[in-house]
Design a protein around this ligand. Structure first.
Ligand code: UDP
Length: 370
């Protein structure tokens, strides 16, 4: 039977959209489907009151890789937004990431030597040589004060688990700096696409057939019969009908509020680090784009337990889940007709630039052996 498409792409997030774009350029016919009623996956923004609302959480693009930067710049102009979040902990405001400003606010230290002395002393007192969990990792990297002010409660709230029960690698994302530099990321390139992330998705999927509101699992056979190969970007355990067990995720609930004022918190991102607040962050969307609107929309981000009816945001990459995931991954390698990629199919805590990189790599891998 004649197949109408070379690729059926399940999921219109960044992995699927980049894949579809690249394969279309290589004269392959693609159909992209998504169960949501919009394209773009979690980078999708909703337009309200003249602002782009990051509906699935703050997305700040950053990369060190010139190739990836040039790639996204084909589709949008980026503004010069630099992420400099604030932290509210036990009634006091601090700069993030941990840098000389934070150390001044914490201890009154004014020079790198003074700050280093305190941190080194605390690392010696509380750190361990080979950290086995997030708590030990944090104490070994930054010592007790920073751990207790910024990390312990935020992390336990975020993940719903004790810091001693979480893998150490989560905290490796947090930079510590001995300069007065509030730029959260160390990467060379950073910004928010002018016109919002939808501009990039629209650019990627222009001239490609897409269908939204289509659940792959509701008509799997029919959909699969349309194409030679299937690119699946959803949850890998669901694809295999949970045969090796269910993978765990952490979910989030976003509460959006419209305020009749032009500036609510003076910054795009404020972290709420202690447990007296049920949310981890408040995002004020207009500040991502230096908005001058009369009103403002903020979003409170509440961590939540995940179940099958909720969005799966963060994979919980502990040993138990990794063991299950490896079984699915082995099985996923058995058929050439299925390609798996993206945060949910690879069960990885990915940033946007990494997803784009992994999609481009996958296309490269496939196109070379033809
Ligand atoms: N984290 C923390 N305090 C903070 C920000 C982050 O302890 O103020 C820890 C926390 O464990 C979190 C991890 O660092 O899960 C990664 O946070 P980041 O904000 O980099 O990632 P995101 O949640 O935005 O993907």
């Amino acid at each position: 039977k004649e197949k109408r498409y070379d690729y059926l792409i399940v999921g219109a997030g960044l992995f699927g959209s980049v894949f579809a774009h690249e394969m279309t350029k290589r004269n392959k016919k693609c159909l992209v489907i998504d169960k949501r009623d919009h394209l773009g996956g979690n980078v999708y923004c909703e337009q309200k009151e003249g602002m782009n609302i990051h509906k699935y959480g703050a997305h700040i693009f950053h990369t060190n890789d010139k190739k990836i930067w040039d790639y996204v710049n084909q589709f949008a102009v980026f503004n010069n937004y630099i992420n400099s979040p604030l932290s509210l902990s036990k009634g006091k405001l601090y700069n993030l990431p941990f840098n000389m400003n934070t150390f001044y606010q914490l201890w009154g230290t004014k020079t790198p030597t003074e700050a280093k002395k305190i941190i080194d002393k605390q690392i010696q007192e509380y750190g361990v040589e080979s950290p086995k969990n997030l708590e030990e990792q944090a104490l070994s990297l930054v010592g007790k004060d920073i751990y207790e002010t910024f990390i312990k409660e935020y992390t336990e709230k975020q993940w719903g688990k004790k810091a001693t029960e979480l893998p150490a690698f989560i905290i490796k994302r947090l930079p510590v700096r001995f300069t007065y530099d509030n730029n959260y990321f160390n990467d060379r390139y950073q910004g928010i696409p002018v016109g919002g992330y939808n501009t990039i998705i629209d650019g990627l999927l222009r001239d490609i057939e897409t269908r939204v509101g289509v659940d792959f699992f509701e008509s799997r056979e029919e959909l699969e019969s349309l194409a030679d190969k299937v690119v699946y970007t959803g949850k890998i355990d669901e694809f295999f009908e949970y045969k090796y067990g269910q993978l765990e995720y952490r979910s989030l609930r976003f509460e959006h509020e419209l305020h009749d004022m032009n500036n609510y918190q003076g910054n795009a991102v404020v972290n709420y680090n202690d447990t007296s607040y049920p949310y981890t962050r408040i995002i004020e969307h207009k500040h991502f784009e230096f908005g001058k609107q009369d009103k403002t929309i903020i979003t409170k981000e509440y961590p939540e337990n995940w179940n099958k009816d909720k969005e799966a945001y963060y994979p919980i990459n502990n040993d138990k889940n990794q063991t299950i995931f490896k079984k699915y991954r082995e099985e996923s390698k058995l058929s050439e007709n299925y390609i798996f990629g993206g945060r949910l199919a690879e069960y990885r805590y990915y940033d946007m630039h990494q997803i784009i990189g992994s999609s481009l790599a996958k296309v490269g891998e496939i196109s070379k052996d033809k």
